[in-house]
Structure formats: structure tokens, C-alpha cells
Design a binder for this molecule. Sequence first.
Ligand code: CMC
Length: 439
Amino acid sequence: MIDDFISDKKAELILDGKSYILPIIEGTEGEKAIDIRSLRAKTGYVTIDSGYMNTGSCASTITFLDGEQSILNYRGYDIAELAENCSFVEVAYLLVHGSLPTQAQLSEFSRLLGGFALIHEDMIHFFDHFPPYAPPMSILSSMVNSLCNFYPEMNDNPGENIDMMAARLISKIRTIAAFSYKKSMGQPLVYPRHDYSYCANFLNMMFHSPVKPYMVSDAVVAALNKLLILHADHEQNCSTSTVRLVGSARVNLYASISAGINALWGPLHGGANQAVIEMLEEIFESGGDYMKYIERAKDPKDSFRLVGFGHRVYKSHDPRSRIIKNACDQVLASLGITSDPLLDIAREIEEVVLKDDYFVSRNLYPNVDFYSGIIYRAIGIPSNMFTVMFALGRLPGWIAHWKEMWDDPNWRIGRPRQIYTGPKRRPFVPISERKEFAV
Ligand code: CMC
């Protein structure tokens, strides 16, 4: 596939006095790359790019992101239009299948999601054996990994079974997430219902109780749909690259997604949404002096970072954060919450930061995680479940990337090179003659 995008342009590399001509790849939105696939074979050199800031690991048809222009499109559709007009299930279908579903396709996909919503009863015992303080992300990744034992048919022919596997995973992850919450609360499990939409079903499994029935609100369902859509894909981020890398060894979808969940858990990645709300709570509880935190974030001697700001790719506004900020007001109003002190602090921090030279000169804008926690909190999701919510949203993107990688005729196992900087070869020392290193 990538070879179809080789342009007429060429790059010239002069190395040790010799000239090498390298092809240029040009994507459909004008992104350009120097094709170094034959570099080592021809020159003996590799490239070094810590954090992969300049490395394209693949060609992809799924998501286009322009961090300078604040553009984010899934399969060619603007994220703002999708968030405004679609349900999460429609967007999941779009990402996995490549086009928006017709009504008949959507009904069939929803039917599959409804049909796969239960998890095997034997899996439910697993929840009993995690300690009560187990982080929900650890439970989620363990449970998703174990799905391949209960549904092994995909191991035989993943290419053919991918549609079924995608629906099964998108449906079951929601049940696993809600069950892990119920177990952590010591409450009876609430089983999925076939007559509820995807988001309504999740909310009901989370919050219904035999003594207090949960009233599903249209506004809360709409907010959840929006948040999940905005998290559904973000091209080659850390967790998606993990899913692709693990999957490149031809490991099954469930194990690959489980690895992605673990990558997402990190506080610099999906874990930031929980960290933001904890930071805002800390500021509020310590008297509201947010300037102290902003100053700490600017101090080069302090490792503290203002969570919810900055992004590897966006050097302008994160388009998702604007939509979420607007959605915050709507959700709080619909829930009758007239003021939220954490939202007030968040707004004040944003206002200061957007004018502060430290942040402006480094292109640090609010990211997707800055306001999302305020909505999750308002709809009753506890902060230790925020990153699980991110995982629920990101799942269709991970599946789409795994599928694209699996079907790619140029697929190779992911195996970067390195530059070795350790000791040169030295003689072996028997244990009786070894001396302790002075540190
Ligand atoms: N607060 C204060 N300073 C910051 C921040 C921040 N949130 N983010 C970056 N910087 C500074 C950093 O200290 C460095 O300064 P200097 O040039 O003086 O050394 C400069 O900005 C560049 O930072 P970097 O770490 O080289 O940038 P990166 O692209 O490697 O990291 C990031 C991106 C998202 C990890 C980082 O901005 C960060 O740690 N943000 C806070 C955590 C966060 O909100 N993460 C969620 C990201 S969005 C959701 C997702 O992708 O999962």
C-alpha cells in the first residue's frame, strides 16, 4: 500500500562522500516522508529518533491529524461533525469498517453488540479474586487478555473473524468495565439489557441498584456518546503503537488490546484524565491557590507538570478539548449543577496559562484530558475509572489499527534497531576473581 504513495520527488543523502537517492512518500493530505526502508542495506547506517518524534511507523487510512492546524478527522470526517451528529456505535463502525454505516448496517452492528454483551459466567469469578484496592485498569487489561481463552475461535482465522471479534470486544469491554466498578463497590452486578443503547446500557450497569433504580437521562447518554467519540482514535499514539507492535508479532487481538490498555494507563497518556481531577481537587482543598501550581510547573528544578496541558502532536489547540469544554456547560446545566468549583479553577488556570510566556512559547494548550474528567465526575463516574472510560472510547481505534496492520501486505514484525553504547567486548571474569564496582 505504501508504495502506491511514492511521489516524483526524491531526497539526496550524502554519506561518507557517496550520494544516495531516497524516495519521498506523500500522503493524501500532503504529509511527506523520506523513505529510508533500504537505508541500512545500502549504507550500513540506521537512524536514531528517541520518542519516534520524526518516525512514521506505517501508512494508515484511519485518522488524519494536523497538530499545527488543529485538524482531527476519522476516515476523512471532521471530529466535530461526528461528535455532533453520530452515536459512538456509528463512529466505532466507521473506524473499524472504513465507512459510515447505513441504517441496515447500523442495526446489524447494534444487534451483534447486544448479542455479545454478556461475559462468560466463569469470568465473573475472576473479579472476586482481585484485592479491593486493585486499579481498574489492571483489572481491565487482565480480563481483556483472558477473553482469548473463552473465545479461542479467533486464533484460528483472525482475518475472517475480525468483524465478529470487533463487535464482541466492543460489547464485552463495557460489561467488564461496569462489573469491575460494581465489584469494587461491593454491590451486586447488573447485567446488560438488550433494549438499551450502548451508552445507556453501560450507565445502567454502572449505576442501577436493586434499592435505587437508575433513571437513564438522555443528556447524560448524549454526553457519554460525545466523550467516547472524541477518544475513539488518535493515530499512532503510545497505546495504539503498542497494539500495532504487539500485534505485529502475530499475537491475537485480545492480547494486543490488553497491551494497549496497559500503555494507556500511564499518567503521561490516558492516565492524565484522572491526574487532572486529582490535581484540581488538591488545588481546591488546599485553598484554591492555582498560581502556586502554575509556578511549580514552570520551575525547571521541579518535576511537577500541569496535567491536562501539552501534547506531543498538537502545537495549537487540541480540537477535542474545545468540544469537551463546551459540552461541560451543557452537561452540568442538564444535571442542574449550577456551579462546580473544580470547573471554575480549571477555567481560571486555562485563562492564565494561555497568556503565560512559558506555556505560549512551548505551545502548551489544554488537551483532551483537561475538561473530560469534570464531565465524568458530574455523571457519577469515580476518578479511578476515568482511564477505563478512555479505554472504552479508544477501543474501536485500536481494533481498526490492529486490523489494518494485520491485512497490510507490507507488514513486518516491529523490531527497531539501536546504537550500542555499552562496554566493548571484554574477557569473562570467574566469580572468585570479580571485584565490586565502586559507584
Ligand atoms: N506542564 C509544564 N511544562 C510542560 C508540560 C506541562 N504539562 N508539558 C510539557 N512541558 C514543557 C516541558 O517541561 C518541556 O520544557 P523545556 O523545553 O523547557 O524542557 C517542553 O514543555 C516540551 O515538553 P516535552 O516533555 O518534551 O513534550 P512531549 O511532546 O515529549 O510531551 C506530553 C507531551 C503530553 C507528555 C507533555 O506535554 C506532558 O507531560 N503533559 C502533561 C500530561 C498530560 O496532560 N498528558 C495527556 C496528553 S493528551 C492525552 C493522550 O495523548 O493520552
